[in-house]
Ligand binder design. Structure first.
Ligand code: HEC
Ligand code: HEC
Ligand code: HEC
Length: 461
């Protein structure tokens, strides 16, 4: 099995300082050029929690337990736990276009953590993006999503962080952002422009799965932090499903966090509710397997969600209208498989596929269900933006490890074996065979991703 250090989620972070220095153009370039360079850091290990099974009659213990669950849903550990670090003690480097930001210590330590935070202070940080000292947090902390969390859930999270998490004395690291961009006051303008109003306690959403799903996706799950495209100031183009930009796909850490809307070619139009829950719980289904930032989401967050919550998320995602309602569903086509078997396709793309990919993904392109994902009719393969495909071919990938699917399969990286042209040719072959219809991939696109992900230089030929 191939071990690979997973890329940590990043957070597209606003270069607020730059706004004041007239560099909107540069911001735009960052947004267009996709993800800023991000330091690859290993996935944090499983998080130890000190919550005991609560006695049914102890409301405080129940609240802490609920907070622990919500912290999983919000995946607070993903950013607030450094590789090999203590749970929630912070220190994870998160790259931004203007420098590195470090997540902070959110354990209840009184000196270095949030032990002195009142519920109000905590709420201000989590939902309003304002630190206890009044300065604005970098939107690397997804408070624009967390703004949707109901006050009752914030209270449960607070109870958990104060009483269910072990205090750790570990000082916060200052950002590496140079002055004058390090000044935080411009961030408050960004916050005022882009952060939504915080939610009030609503009537319980529990009995209506679709509103429960919307609540989880828009709020704690912060799915849109990765899956929604960013605008010129790196703000998410939509924070709710009023716009078809919402969850229509964004590039994060050199992976396309793809379209989750109802599109039949590149979205979830052909996925059933059960396909979505299987993917979130086990990291794979008959259509695809999780990789990139989604591996972490499944491994550290989604697999711990209750079946009811996963079903709610799936039902909600299935309500999202396609970006392109006129697209026609793809249909499997035998031509490529027949040509590969007959040896009649002598193109570099076909030959590279036979030599490097067919053993796992097969000449039919259908792979082996739940083991080597299908490339035929895959929404991942048919996404217009090829970033994820180039990335996975260069660096390989490893499925998440989950309770329900403990065997995780991996794909090797081909960076030292295939040239930029080979990768472009094989992916173009994959994107135009078996009924797939996606645009060709160019060697220049491969060269850019090779550089951005720090892959090995192309082999000499
Ligand atoms: C995508 C990464 C990410 C996720 C997920 C995340 N945070 Fe944060 N958080 C950050 C970063 C980065 C900062 C520091 C921002 C700064 O310095 O401006 C931060 C800051 C904070 C602060 C302010 C701490 C202080 O020292 O004032 C609190 C409180 C906090 N986060 C709580 C949470 C909770 C609770 C969750 C889960 C519900 C969570 N965070 C999830 C990245 C994240
Ligand atoms: C840290 C960034 C990140 C976050 C947060 C995130 N995702 Fe993803 N997601 C990705 C990436 C990258 C992919 C593409 C790789 C893959 O298919 O596994 C992806 C893929 C998926 C897929 C597979 C789609 C397909 O057609 O193959 C689903 C379903 C999904 N995400 C659902 C969610 C949901 C629901 C949430 C919120 C609870 C979420 N994601 C949060 C990064 C993220
Ligand atoms: C040793 C078996 C193996 C080989 C060889 C292999 N792959 Fe994979 N491939 C996998 C596995 C396993 C995954 C799932 C990885 C994950 O989800 O983290 C995968 C995932 C993919 C995906 C993403 C599909 C999805 O929906 O998740 C693409 C695209 C892909 N491979 C293309 C290729 C190409 C092109 C080649 C040849 C250059 C290749 N693979 C060679 C095993 C292999």
């Amino acid at each position: 099995m191939i071990r690979k250090s997973m890329l940590k989620r990043s957070a597209l972070v606003l270069a607020a300082g730059s706004l004041t220095f007239g560099a909107l153009v540069a911001l735009d370039a960052w947004a267009q050029e996709a993800a800023p360079a991000v330091t690859p850091v290993p996935t944090p290990g499983p998080v130890a929690v000190v919550v005991q099974t609560p006695a049914a009659n102890d409301p405080q213990a129940q609240l802490i337990k609920q907070g622990e669950y919500l912290a999983r849903v919000g995946d607070c550990a993903a950013c607030h736990t450094a590789p090999k670090g203590k749970p929630f003690a912070g220190g994870l480097p998160i790259a931004s276009p203007i420098g590195t930001i470090y997540s902070t210590n959110i354990t209840p330590d009184k000196d270095t953590g949030i032990g002195n935070y009142s519920l109000e202070d905590f709420d201000k940080a989590v939902r309003h993006g304002i630190a206890k000292n009044g300065s604005t947090l970098y939107p690397a902390m997804p408070y624009t999503s967390y703004a949707k969390v109901h006050p009752a859930d914030v209270k449960a999270l607070y109870a958990y962080f104060m009483s269910g998490v072990q205090p750790v004395a570990q000082a916060n690291k200052a950002t590496d952002i140079p002055w004058p961009m390090s000044m935080r006051w411009p961030l408050s303008f960004w916050r005022k422009m882009f952060a939504p109003a915080v939610a009030a306690d609503a009537a319980s959403t529990d009995n209506d799965p679709i509103s429960r799903g919307r609540y989880l996706v828009e709020g704690l799950g912060h799915c849109s932090a990765c899956h929604t495209p960013r605008g010129v100031a790196l703000q998410e183009k939509a924070l709710t499903d009023d716009s078809t930009a919402f969850l229509s796909g964004g590039v994060v850490d050199n992976f396309l966090a793809k379209n989750l809307r109802g599109d039949v070619t590149d979205g979830l139009g052909n996925w059933s509710e059960g396909d979505i829950t299987a993917f979130l719980k086990g990291g794979r289904n008959d259509h695809s397997a999780a990789f990139g930032g989604m591996t972490d989401v499944v491994q550290h967050s989604a697999q711990y969600m209750s079946d009811d919550d996963l079903t709610a998320i799936a039902k909600y995602l299935k309500t999202l209208k396609p970006v392109d309602p006129n697209a026609k569903a793809l249909a499997y086509d035998e031509t490529a498989a027949k040509a590969l078997r007959a040896g009649s396709d002598k193109s570099n793309g076909a030959l590279t596929f036979i030599d490097n990919c067919a053993a796992c993904h097969r000449s039919t392109g259908k792979g082996y269900t739940q083991t080597f994902p299908t490339l035929a009719l895959s929404s991942t393969v048919n996404s217009a933006d090829p970033t994820s495909l180039i990335h996975i071919v260069l660096r390989g990938a490893e499925m998440p490890w989950t309770k329900s699917a403990p065997t995780h399969y991996a794909m090797p990286g081909f960076d030292d074996r295939l040239t930029d042209q080979d990768v472009a040719d094989v992916l173009t072959f994959v994107r135009t065979s078996w009924g797939n219809t996606a645009p060709a991939v160019t060697a220049a696109q491969v060269a850019k991703v090779r550089k951005d992900v720090g892959a090995a230089p192309q082999p000499a030929r």
